[in-house]
Design a protein around this ligand. Structure first.
Ligand code: NAD
Ligand code: ZN
Ligand code: ZN
Length: 337
């Protein structure tokens, strides 16, 4: 089969023939149709984070495909079912986190396209218990970005714990951010969209942002404090420390900053302001299988729809180059057929 492979960090991916994997016990073999390109895949290929991925690695955790073969013991799926390969590739199912609906915090989890091979390939294997079920209403292309960008931002909004009618700022209107904004609107929040590229803010306006701020021209902290008196929650999905610092300072008293983007940087929090303003800072990592079902349901009902550019797998290195420069508007989805 054809796959895009990371052989070493900071190197171009190699698109080459590799062996089709075998579905083990409890796993299914999936014939991949599409896979979204998440900035996490770029972090993986560059070895950006303290915890490194396996090497060689096939990235991809927004994979959509069809079950082609069932491994031993699989009873919950049948050949021909449409499934998604997510970041939460597997978890132990038995620890405190798994038992309390926080399987995304399981210390024994594997991650698709990071510690397990993902969907930048014509085939991949995944545990039947953790693949997503793709609703009939969604095409293979439209479903892909929901599997990470969608579920992650939907969960981050839940974690933000705000009420309809309150204000949320989304820092970074990229792959995650442009979907975050749509979930936020669908959930009844008022949205401030912040980015440093004007075409992303144009998109944000089209998608219903109530206020847009170009951080390369205007100080977003001042703009947000002046125009809406600070937001009830800020979600940073940008890949730069500056956006996190600004997001923190955009929050009103009693509000929260939800940390989602993953630049390899520290976020210094001023103790005095945090205490006196009663600010919460919280991390949020993807979403559970239940969150995934809900996030997909929003999309199936047409309330959220990613803006998508499709590219063949062979173009992955060019896509990564553009992503690094912030030149992708919406999400790129790779096609494998
Ligand atoms: P992306 O490259 O598509 O989008 C990043 C956006 O941030 C771009 O639109 C860019 O213009 C914007 N940006 C850059 N500097 C900015 C600034 N100073 N202020 C405002 N906006 C700015 O990336 P993506 O695929 O959306 O992923 C974003 C981040 O989220 C990555 O670090 C990724 O690894 C991380 N991520 C986290 C989770 C999680 O579960 N926590 C899940 C998926 C992705
Ligand atoms: Zn992702
Ligand atoms: Zn567990």
């Amino acid at each position: 089969m054809k796959a895009a492979v990371v052989n070493g960090f900071q190197q171009k991916l190699e698109v080459k023939e590799v062996e089709v994997p075998q579905a083990g016990y409890g796993q299914v073999l999936v014939r991949v149709k599409t896979c979204g390109v998440c900035h996490t895949d770029l972090h993986a290929a560059q070895g950006d984070w303290p915890v490194k991925p396996k090497l060689p690695l096939i990235p991809g955790h927004e994979g959509v495909g069809v079950v082609e073969k069932l491994g031993e013991g699989v009873t919950s799926l049948k050949v021909g079912d449409r499934v998604g390969i997510p970041w939460l590739f597997s978890a132990c199912g038995e620890c405190d986190y798994c038992l309390t609906g926080w399987e995304t915090l399981c210390q024994h989890q594997l991650n698709g396209g990071y510690s397990a091979d993902g969907a930048y390939a014509q085939y991949c294997v995944a545990p039947a218990a953790y693949v997503a079920r793709i609703p009939d209403e969604l095409s293979d292309v439209d479903a892909a970005p929901i599997l990470c960008a969608g579920v992650t931002t939907y969960k981050a909004l839940k974690v933000a714990n705000i009420k309809p009618g309150e204000w949320v700022a989304i820092y970074g209107i990229g792959g995650l951010g442009h979907v975050a904004l749509q979930y936020a609107k669908a959930m009844g929040y008022n949205v401030v969209a912040v980015d440093i590229h004007s075409e992303k803010l144009e998109l944000a306006k089209e998608l219903g942002a109530d206020v847009t701020v170009n951080g390369s021209e205007t100080d977003p902290i001042q703009a947000i404090q002046e125009q809406v008196g600070g937001v009830h929650a800020a979600i940073s999905v940008a890949v730069t420390r500056k956006a996190f610092e600004q997001a923190y300072k955009s929050v009103r008293r009693g509000g929260s900053l939800v940390v989602v983007g993953l630049p390899n940087a520290d976020l210094p929090i001023p103790i005095f302001d945090t205490v006196l303003n009663g600010v919460t800072v919280k991390g949020s990592i993807v979403g559970t299988r239940k969150d995934m079902q809900e996030a997909l349901d929003f999309a199936a009902r047409g309330k959220v729809r990613a803006i998508i550019e499709t590219q063949p797998l062979e173009k992955i290195n060019e896509v990564f180059e553009r992503m690094e420069k912030g030149q992708i508007n919406g999400r790129v989805v790779l096609t494998l057929d």
